[in-house]
Design a protein around this ligand. Structure first.
Ligand SMILES: O=C(O)CCC(=O)C(=O)O
Ligand SMILES: [Fe+2]
Length: 500
């Protein structure tokens, strides 16, 4: 993905170029997909020759000529798949959300399934214009963002010229226009209000300069022609505005990451918000909020309160790529829940059980045995008074790949004993350890001796961050031991109590 500097006055309403939504992504479709699309759509092509009256910032209504061939096809599965791929591109969803925020809009709904393929040949062109907001009354949506997917190659390969130009509307002839060169699978995504054109093809005198001779584009091939697919990103109509609060952004990120039915369940717990904000991560992240914020989510979370329902759900193909899982708020863990999850999501690397109820020893034993390859485990808030130390010890004995272990807000401080720290010290790859305790804890069982033994263990050389709250009698010596033994350590937080 790249972001060229747009010229001034490119936006219809004066939004500065650096704030405009304009993203270019490569390889969103494969070449084979592009060719298949062209082959399928070509028979439906018909001529479009329009004189469009366009609003002009200088106050005129100017005529703008448009000539190309157009084929239209309704294809919802394709639109949904394309939408998922676009969101998986680095930074794109964030850019769309920033746009939505600026425009006071809610979350994007998806792509319009009415796909249009444009074919330019000869002198065809699409003169400078702003794209139109098209209502989709039936769904209460309207388009605000243009998506162009090039289906073959410009730059002299299949054709020359034909760039999409983003133009200074006050001085259209200046040479500061930004040109996006067509390339099969490349996408340019931009808000409708940017002034742009599809420039004419350039014709070479010598046909041998036309580059690749055959394009596999069905009727007539791709040579000397530009093929582009057009669709739009839809938003709810403005009469139901839904401003995105900054807090909601993380939620929305995973919300829109999913298909419609999934949208109701995929929300984000605050603790892992940062990971979810990282687009490379969120595409593979499935999380649940412990504070469901809308009626739909609450309803959904209520309906996944049985682990069998969750497992059934996770069997759906769309979850195949999920590597991060946070257990839903209401879920009661059975003694075989993790075994079942491991069977359907063998690629899982991250598990957060913070929000689950009833995390008892049998559940932890099940977790330790069935998910030995996890890299991150986050445990928290078990039933008050339950001693989970044998479960946590089992986790340390079985899950030798662990790089991050967090045990959060435990009410029973006795659980975090020196013996437990000794078990943790056997993890060969641990980089991040965090143990915090709730307000009702009284630190007794973790001592400076236990902490010093932990940080002095040979295995702990990889430790980068260490947080233990509820350590009794901690002195500078423990911190010094950590400094000496853990060469990579960059964060140490040892306290008697969280607020001390
Ligand atoms: O073909 C192009 O490069 C531009 C197409 C366009 O502007 C449109 O479809 O609205
Ligand atoms: Fe356009």
């Amino acid at each position: 993905m790249s972001r060229a500097a747009l010229p001034p006055n490119v936006h219809q309403k004066g939004v500065p170029p650096e704030s405009c939504l304009f993203e270019v992504m490569d390889d969103v479709l494969t070449r084979a997909e592009c060719s298949a699309f062209v082959t399928r759509m070509t028979p439906a092509l018909r001529s479009v020759s329009q004189a469009l009256a366009q609003y002009h910032p200088d106050g005129d209504q100017r005529k703008s000529r448009t000539e190309y061939q157009l084929a239209v096809m309704e294809n919802r599965p394709f639109a949904e798949a394309l939408w998922e791929r676009l969101q998986a591109c680095d930074g794109v969803l964030e850019a769309i959300l920033a746009f939505a925020e600026r425009e006071g809009r809610g979350m994007p709904v998806g792509l319009t399934p009415r796909l249009r393929m444009l074919r330019y040949a000869g002198d065809d062109r699409f003169d400078a214009h702003y794209d139109r907001v098209v209502p989709e009354e039936a769904r209460g949506c309207e388009s605000l963002i243009t998506v162009l997917v090039y289906l073959n190659d410009g730059g002299g390969v299949d054709f020359s010229g034909g760039e999409t130009l983003f133009i200074n509307a006050l001085e259209p002839l200046r040479s500061d226009a930004v040109a996006v060169v067509p390339r099969a699978g490349r996408v340019v995504l931009f808000e409708h209000a940017l002034y742009h054109s599809g420039s004419p093809l350039q014709h070479q005198k010598d046909p041998s300069e036309e580059g690749r001779g055959e394009g596999g584009g069905g009727q007539g091939g791709m040579r000397g022609r530009k093929f582009v697919l057009r669709t739009d990103v839809l938003f709810r109509m403005q009469n139901r505005p839904q401003r995105l609060s900054p807090d909601l952004r993380a939620l929305v990120l995973s919300f829109v990451a999913s298909a419609k039915s999934l949208a109701k369940l995929a929300t984000v717990s605050k603790g892992i918000r940062k990971e979810v904000m990282n687009p490379a991560h969120w595409a593979q992240t499935l999380c649940y909020s412990h504070a469901p914020s809308s009626h739909g989510e609450r309803e959904f979370l209520r309906s996944v309160n049985r682990s069998t329902t969750l497992v059934q759900l996770l069997k759906q193909p769309r979850f195949r790529q999920v590597t991060h899982l946070s257990i839903p708020t209401q879920l009661k863990l059975g003694t075989t829940t993790f075994r079942s999850i491991a069977r359907v999501l063998p690629q899982l690397t991250y598990l957060n059980t913070c929000n689950a109820r009833n995390v008892k020893t049998p559940a932890l034993l099940d977790l330790a045995r069935s998910m030995p390859n996890l890299k991150t485990v986050i445990l928290g808030e078990p039933t008050i008074g339950v001693d989970l130390s044998s479960g946590v010890c089992a986790i340390c004995n079985h899950m030798k790949s662990l790089e991050r272990l967090e045990i959060l807000g435990w009410f029973s401080p006795e659980i975090i004993t020196d013996r437990l720290l000794a078990a943790i010290a056997t993890l060969p790859h641990l980089r991040h350890l965090k143990i915090t305790q709730g307000q009702h804890s009284s630190p007794r069982a973790t001592t400076e001796r236990g902490v010093t033994a932990l940080v002095s263990a040979a295995n702990m050389a990889a430790l980068e961050t260490l947080t233990i709250h509820g350590v009794r009698g901690v002195t500078a010596a423990a911190v010094e031991a950590a400094r000496v033994n853990c060469a990579r350590l960059r964060h140490v937080d040892l306290r008697v109590l969280p607020w001390s």
